[in-house]
Design a protein around this ligand. Structure first.
Ligand code: ADP
Length: 492
């Protein structure tokens, strides 16, 4: 525990530490589609080590029922009024790894799909927000802070401060974490009014209106006591029109309440020294196992088995956010002119999938495009690769570059959001750094930096230093949890 934090805690008895309820659409390992689930799943465990009682409330999705229904305890149930609809909501309690999770049960809203898409998703999460507020007085827990995550739970502060005024603990504070500002939950106002009965005076640019829509995330930005996002750089970036997707006005107005806390990774799950998914294990002092992983991947994926060729990897959603336009633009230049191998594990936009499949056909034995999602394969790719490419257009935090560093795969990233905060570019004059980076969203600037990285590959001394520093970087979750704990305490 950092000294500064210890001192902050020392003046407080354990009973003064806030109780925190994290509200989220997903929570690992129960339900997961992305990094949000990892944060919500890991943060309470790290907070517990600091003496903070943090619990989670999340929908009881089908995937959770299938695996955990035998371990849940029914607490109570009630009706939720959503416009003219009256829907059953049950509260089930599950204790997992010492963390209490309240599951909101509704066969009608929470089935096979965590996100139903379109208007149906608006109704799904309007229901969830209403159910959380109705459930709060009945829980065996009175949180001082409700920690909302992304647009799905961003209506909580507004509903609490308007429709539930007098029925909620007045001192309760609301934190909104923005994991990705590109998703805001925008709906027609009539629809939102029908669902949640929001007073029409809130349908103005001062409150929840944005570009003719009722915007859930904007409502959260207006009504939450504090707003944070998942890296300090992204917190700055979302003050600007290029990144803010229309929310720069409200965020600048609330600048003093906005901050950034970098996420961490699960250092137990991602550990090359103990990872059971690898054919050989290694650490920064003994890298032989990494070479074994490389030849294993090459063999399995139909790449030429060569220790001396640099292997660049990507493990990613294949979307415009992740910089695939840049990759598509220069892949022929790279593969045609450099002695290099390329391993892609990903899926997403059909356009990018097709481009990479076609490239695989042209560079068979040197480029593999594995279109799909595979957790075990991802571990091998991180371990086997020499470089990890992540040229994102924007990146709120990014976990992949941290995982790559932990496995000694040197990140090549665009300097944006969390990538800028976690990767220190190699400086050939001082010898410092743990990766490579470029500033502009430009394919040839990226190619230039890839080539600088490839230039280092031939120098064992430089590579050893870079790999050692990358593997040493501490991106565990405990540091993030301390920052969150401080934020909660400041909010009281
Ligand atoms: P985002 O949440 O924006 O997709 P992050 O870098 O924060 O990006 O997290 C992505 C996580 O998902 C990482 O753990 C990465 O290893 C994993 N991942 C992404 N695509 C795949 C894939 N095709 N197969 C396996 N794991 C993947």
């Amino acid at each position: 525990m950092k000294r500064e934090f210890r001192e902050m805690l020392s003046g407080r008895g354990r009973r003064d530490l806030p109780g925190v309820l994290l509200a989220s659409a997903e929570c690992a390992p129960l339900s997961k589609t992305g990094g949000l689930a990892d944060v919500v799943g890991t943060l309470p465990k790290s907070l517990k080590k600091l003496g903070i009682d943090a619990r989670v409330i999340t929908p009881y999705h089908r995937c959770i029922k299938d695996r955990y229904s035998g371990q849940t305890e029914h607490m109570f149930h009630f009706n939720v009024h959503l416009g003219w609809r009256t829907q059953y909501a049950g509260i089930e309690k599950l204790v997992l790894d010492g963390v209490t999770v309240y599951l909101v049960d509704s066969e009608y809203y929470f089935g096979d799909r965590i996100y139903r898409g379109g208007l149906a998703e608006g109704e799904q999460y309007a229901f969830f927000c209403r159910a959380v507020l109705e459930a709060l007085p009945g829980l065996d827990f009175e949180p001082e802070v409700v920690h909302c995550n992304d647009w799905h739970t961003a209506m909580l502060p507004m509903l609490a401060r308007t429709q539930y005024q007098g029925r909620m603990q007045e001192s309760r504070r609301y934190l909104l974490t923005i994991h990705n500002i590109a998703f805001q939950g925008k709906f027609g106002f009539d629809y939102v009014q029908d669902l949640l009965g929001v007073d029409s005076r809130y349908y103005t640019p001062e409150f929840m209106e944005l570009n003719g829509c009722a915007d859930f995330l904007k409502a959260g930005c207006v009504f939450a006591d504090r707003i944070n996002t998942v890296s300090p750089s992204y917190a700055e970036e979302i003050m600007t029109p290029y990144y803010a997707e229309g929310l720069e006005g409200i965020l600048n107005a609330r600048r003093a309440q906005v901050s950034g806390i970098i996420n961490g990774i699960d250092k137990t799950l991602f550990n090359p020294h103990t990872d059971p998914l690898l054919p050989a294990r290694y650490d920064r002092g003994h890298l032989r196992g990494k070479a074994v992983c490389k030849s294993e991947l090459q063999e399995r994926m139909g790449l030429e088995v060569r220790a001396d060729v640099p292997l660049i990897a990507m493990v990613t959603r294949m979307t415009e956010q992740k910089g695939f336009d840049l990759v598509a633009r220069v892949i022929d230049d790279l593969m045609g002119n450099d002695d290099v191998q390329f391993m892609l594990l990903g899926s997403g936009d059909e356009r990018f999938e097709n481009i990479m499949r076609a490239a695989e056909g042209r560079y068979r034995g040197r480029l593999c495009a594995y279109i799909g999602y595979s957790e075990p394969l991802s571990h091998l790719v991180y371990a086997a690769s020499d470089f990890f490419l992540m040229p994102s257009r924007f990146e709120p935090c990014g976990l992949s570059q941290m995982i790559a560093m932990r496995y000694g795969s040197l990140p090549i990233v665009r300097e944006t959001g969390g990538l800028r905060d976690t990767v220190a570019p190699y400086n050939k004059y001082t010898g410092e750094g743990n990766g490579f980076s470029f500033a502009n969203f430009d394919a040839y600037e990226m190619l230039g930096v890839i080539r600088s990285a490839l230039g280092c590959y031939g120098d064992r001394e430089i590579m050893r230093g870079l790999i050692s520093r990358a593997m040493q970087a501490d991106y565990g979750f405990d540091g993030s949890a301390e920052e969150y704990a401080k934020l909660y305490i400041w909010m009281l």
